[in-house]
Design a protein around this ligand. Structure first.
Ligand code: CS2
Length: 398
C-alpha cells in the first residue's frame, strides 16, 4: 500500500526539493499538496494528472525530469473539509509556507493578534497553522510534522506556534507528535513564460514547469513519529542535530542572498548571476561568508561550502531574480543577517552593509511610490523616510 505525505504550501520550492527527494527515494510514497493562497497550480496541473517537468540547470546545461509524485492538489479556500480530512489521515506532514506563514512575532512565538490568526479563531480557517491544528485535532494517532522553511530551529518554531494556537482554540492535539528541524537547500526561481515555451517545444508536460539547480541538500533531524520515505536514497542526510547545518545555510547562503538582492537592485541588476559578477558586491558577499563563518561551531566545514556557493550564485543558466529574494525582508533579515551581527558584537561590516542596503532599498521604493512586497509593508511605509525607524522595525539597533 502506498503511503501519503500531506504537504502545505505548494510553491516551486517544494516541487523542486521535497517532491524530488520523495520521487527519487523510489519507495512508493506520494504527495497530496495543499495551496493556501491560490487555485492556480491545482487548476494548471489537474488536467495532466498533476505531472510536471523539472528543468535541472547548471553551467554545464540542463537535465529534464518528469515528476509524477504529486497525486492530488487541494485549494484550501474551496476544499477546506478535504484538507482537514487529509491532515487527519496523512502518514507524514510537511510544510513550505515561507517565513511569514508561521504568523510569528518578533519573539519567535505565535503572534496572537496576527490578522490570519484572528480570522482562524473567529471560525474562518485561513492560516496553515489554523488548518494544521484543526486537522491534527481530528487524529488519535501521532504523526511527524516537518517544517521545510528557512527559519532557525524551524521544528521548534512550528511546534510552539501550533501548540499555542491549539490552546487558544481549545483543541486537543494527539499525543506523540514530532517536529523535526530541517535544513533545506535548492535554489528555485519562479517560473517564467520562457521556461514553459521551452518545455512545450520539447514535447514534455508544460503546465507549470519548475527550473532549479543541480545542487540540492536536505538535512533532517531523526525524530520521526511514524514511517517516512527512504529520502537518504536520494541523498538526504538524517542526523541527530540539524542546527549547525541550518545556521551555516541561513547565515552564509541566505544572508548573502538577501544582501546581494538589495544592493544589487540598487545598482540596477535584475538577476543573481549578474550581481555576483560585480566586484564590489562579490567582495561584500565574501565578507558576509567570513563574518558568518566566525559564528559557526568550529567543526562546521566552510571552505568548500563557500566555493560551492559562489559557483551556485554564478549559475548562468538559472534565471533567479533579485526581486524574488527581496520579498519579505522584515521576516528574513533577522534570521539571515542580524544573528551574525549580534554574535560578533556588531563587528560585522559586511552584514551591516546588507542591512543598510535593505534600508536604502525600502527608501528608494518608497520614493518611487512602490509599496514593498512584505507582510509589514504598511509599517515600512509609516517608517519612511526615517532610516532609524526602518532599522527599529526589524530589531536592528545599529
Ligand atoms: C532565497 C531562498 O528567496 C530567497 O529568499 O534566499 O529562497 C534560497 O534560494 C533558498 O533558500 C535556497 O535553498
Amino acid at each position: 500500500m502506498s503511503r501519503r505525505i500531506l504537504h502545505l504550501g505548494l510553491g516551486n520550492f517544494h516541487r523542486a526539493h521535497q517532491a524530488w527527494y520523495t520521487q527519487n527515494a523510489g519507495d512508493g510514497w506520494n504527495i497530496t499538496g495543499v495551496s493556501l493562497r491560490s487555485p492556480n497550480i491545482r487548476d494548471a496541473l489537474a488536467p495532466h494528472g498533476y505531472d510536471y517537468t523539472l528543468a535541472i540547470r547548471d553551467a554545464g546545461g540542463e537535465r529534464l525530469e518528469k515528476m509524477t509524485v504529486l497525486e492530488d492538489i487541494l485549494f484550501a479556500k474551496e476544499q477546506s473539509e478535504q484538507v482537514l480530512e487529509a491532515i487527519a489521515k496523512a502518514d507524514l506532514i510537511t510544510l513550505t509556507i515561507t517565513e511569514k506563514g508561521y504568523c510569528l512575532g518578533p519573539d519567535n512565538r505565535l503572534n496572537k493578534s496576527h490578522p490570519e490568526i484572528e480570522q482562524d479563531l473567529s471560525g474562518e480557517l485561513t492560516s496553515a497553522i489554523g488548518y494544521l491544528a484543526h486537522g491534527l485535532a481530528r487524529r488519535d494517532t501521532p504523526v511527524t510534522v516537518m517544517s521545510c522553511d528557512n527559519l532557525s530551529a524551524n521544528g521548534h518554531a512550528l511546534e510552539s506556534a501550533l501548540r499555542e494556537f491549539a490552546a487558544l482554540a481549545s483543541l486537543d492535539l494527539p499525543v506523540g507528535l514530532t517536529f523535526p528541524s530541517t535544513m533545506v537547500d535548492r535554489i528555485t526561481p519562479a517560473t517564467t513564460p520562457a521556461l514553459s515555451t521551452h518545455i512545450a517545444a520539447l514535447g514534455l508536460p508544460d503546465a507549470a514547469p519548475v527550473e532549479t539547480e543541480t545542487f540540492s541538500e536536505w538535512v533532517i533531524e531523526d525524530t520521526f513519529a511514524g514511517p517516512r520515505p527512504a529520502w537518504e536514497k536520494a541523498g538526504a542526510q538524517i542526523v541527530k542535530d540539524a542546527a549547525p547545518f541550518e545556521l551555516r545555510k541561513l547565515r552564509l547562503l541566505n544572508g548573502a542572498h538577501s544582501a546581494l538582492a538589495y544592493a544589487g537592485l540598487l545598482k540596477g541588476y535584475d538577476y543573481v548571476h549578474e550581481a555576483i559578477a560585480d566586484p564590489d558586491l562579490r567582495a561584500m558577499v565574501e565578507g558576509i561568508f567570513t563574518e558568518a563563518s566566525k559564528t559557526l561551531p568550529s567543526a562546521v566545514e566552510t571552505l568548500s561550502y563557500r566555493a560551492a556557493l559562489l559557483s551556485r550564485f554564478e549559475n548562468p543558466n538559472l534565471h533567479h531574480k533579485l526581486r524574488q529574494i527581496a520579498m519579505d525582508g522584515t521576516q528574513k533579515l533577522p534570521v539571515r543577517l542580524l544573528g551574525t551581527i549580534h554574535d560578533l558584537g556588531g563587528d560585522a561590516p559586511n552584514c551591516r552593509k546588507g542591512v543598510a542596503a535593505w534600508i536604502d532599498f525600502a527608501l528608494s521604493e518608497h520614493a518611487a511610490g512602490r509599496a514593498l512586497d512584505d507582510p509589514r509593508a504598511g509599517d515600512i511605509t509609516k517608517a519612511c523616510p526615517e532610516p532609524q525607524a526602518l532599522a527599529k522595525l526589524i530589531g536592528y539597533t545599529g
